[in-house]
Design a protein around this ligand. Structure first.
Ligand code: IMP
Ligand code: MG
Length: 181
C-alpha cells in the first residue's frame, strides 16, 4: 500500500482542524433551522461522520449512493444514483455532503434530484474541490480544501475501491494511474 504514495497531501491533524471550523460555520448558519445532512456514498462516509459530529445542532441524517461509471464507446462517465432518501425533505434545509467535487457533474445532478422534492434549501459541503477540472458550474457553500488536478486517495476516497480507510489524504503516484487505466 505505502509503496505507491508520494507524501501525504493533508494530514489527520489538518483535517481535524478544518472540519472543526466547517462544523462551527455550519452550526452558526443553520441555527434554528430544520436540517437534514445528506451524505453521498461511498466516498463521503469518513468526512461525513466527522463533520456531523462537529455540527452542534439537532439534525437528521440521510444518504444517497452515487456511482460514476465509464460508458462503453463513450468518452467520459455516466453518473448513476442507486438509492432514495428515507427522510422527507420538503420545506426542510438540506446540506449535501461530498468528499470531492471534480467536474461538478455529480454534485449538479444530485442537487437537481433533491430540488424536485421542494426542500427549503439545498447547499453543498465538500471536503475537496478541484476547480481546475470543473466542467459544469455548481455553487459550493462550504469547501474544506481546494486541491490541484491530481488524484487523491484516503479518508474515504478510493483508487479502484482501495485506500478508503487510509486515515489521511494522499496523492497517488501518476505512474500507478497509467498502469491501472
Ligand atoms: P465529478 O462528477 O467529476 O465532480 O466527480 C465526482 C466523483 O469523482 C467523486 O465523488 C469521486 O468519486 C470521483 N473523484 C474525482 N476525483 C477524485 C480523486 O482525486 N480521488 C478519488 N475520487 C475522485
Ligand atoms: Mg463522490
Amino acid at each position: 500500500m505505502e509503496r505507491i504514495f508520494v507524501k501525504p497531501l493533508v494530514t489527520q491533524e489538518i483535517l481535524r482542524t478544518r472540519i472543526k471550523e466547517l462544523g462551527k460555520q455550519i452550526s452558526q448558519d443553520y441555527q434554528g433551522k430544520d436540517l437534514v445532512v445528506v451524505g453521498v456514498l461511498k466516498g463521503a462516509y469518513v468526512f461525513y461522520a466527522d463533520l456531523v459530529r462537529a455540527i452542534r445542532l439537532p439534525l437528521h441524517i440521510d444518504f444517497l449512493i452515487a456511482k460514476n461509471r465509464p460508458v462503453k464507446n463513450m468518452p467520459g462517465k455516466t453518473i448513476k444514483v442507486w438509492s432514495e432518501l428515507t427522510e422527507k425533505i420538503q420545506k426542510r434545509h438540506v446540506l449535501l455532503v461530498e468528499e470531492i467535487v471534480d467536474s461538478g457533474k455529480t454534485a449538479k445532478l444530485l442537487v437537481e434530484k433533491l430540488l424536485k422534492k421542494k426542500p427549503a434549501s439545498v447547499e453543498i459541503c465538500t471536503l475537496l474541490s478541484k476547480p481546475e477540472n470543473r466542467k459544469v458550474q455548481v455553487p459550493l457553500r462550504y469547501v474544506g480544501f481546494e486541491v490541484p488536478s491530481t488524484y487523491v486517495v484516503g479518508y474515504g476516497l478510493d483508487y479502484q475501491q482501495t485506500y478508503r480507510n487510509l486515515p489521511y489524504l494522499a496523492q497517488i503516484d501518476p505512474a500507478i494511474l497509467k498502469e491501472g487505466s
